[in-house]
Design a protein around this ligand. Structure first.
Ligand code: ADP
Length: 218
């Protein structure tokens, strides 16, 4: 059976989640207290309803308990976001993801039962800052406080070097997961593979070790 999602709050964040889930063919219930927003999503979501989710009765009436994953994307109204999360937790919703406005909001959400808390603005800020600081880091994914996966643009220094000679694994403790060349991507590249200037290396490792690779080779 298809997984059932509900998205509460159809602002920029909730709206884009709703659209992406619908585009992936998922079943999505879109909820907002604003009639106009609901109208906008009625042709996108499986179903779109007007409801104030701080109202227990309204949520019960929607059968929200039966959904596999509920995303609370209420923006500025922290009180409404907390109340909604609390009610969903009391109803034993299986998986609750909530958008937080700040660190205190996040702490409260975790204490009252949010399974996952996201900070889209903060996370995008960190990402952009990282890309701006190091112009050869094209993208990165933080795995933990210490470990990341980064995309590094190979320049002339790396041109013609083979992976076996570079030996990032024993020299830096980093692994090259893939090499992108134009539209091609070589996943788990062979050790004798040679890098060309313009290739993009996808590297996993500790942040400090990745920095050492960057400083030396990029
Ligand atoms: P974003 O920053 O993602 O654009 P917004 O603050 O613009 O977020 O949007 C949040 C949405 O959540 C709005 O459309 C608003 O109507 C909706 N919302 C706020 N409080 C409630 C509530 N109690 N019940 C249902 N929807 C709500």
């Amino acid at each position: 059976m298809k997984k059932q999602f509900a998205v509460i709050g159809l602002g920029r964040f909730g709206g884009s989640i709703c659209k992406s889930l619908a585009a992936e063919g998922m079943e999505v219930l879109a909820i907002d207290q604003d009639e106009e927003k609901v109208r906008e999503f009625s042709s996108i979501a499986t179903q779109a309803v007007i409801a104030d989710t701080t109202d227990v009765k309204a949520l019960k009436g929607l059968g929200i308990r039966n959904f596999d994953h509920v995303i609370v994307a209420i923006g500025d109204n922290i009180q409404a976001s907390i109340m909604t999360t609390l009610i969903l937790d009391e109803m034993n919703v299986k998986h609750i993801t909530v958008k937080a406005q700040n660190d205190y909001h996040e702490k409260v959400l975790r204490r009252i039962g949010a399974d996952e808390v996201v900070h889209p603005e903060r996370d995008i800020g960190v990402r952009i800052a990282h890309n701006v600081v190091s112009r050869n880091v094209l993208d990165y994914l933080e795995l933990s406080d210490e470990y990341s996966i980064v995309e590094l643009a190979a320049g002339d220094k790396l041109d013609g070097e083979s992976l076996i000679d570079l030996d990032f694994r024993s020299k830096y403790g980093c692994n090259i997961l893939a090499v992108k060349r134009g539209d091609d991507i070589h996943v788990s590249p062979r050790p004798e593979e040679t890098i060309k200037s313009g290739d993009v290396l996808i590297v996993v490792g500790a942040d400090d070790d990745i920095n050492r690779v960057e400083n030396h080779w990029i």
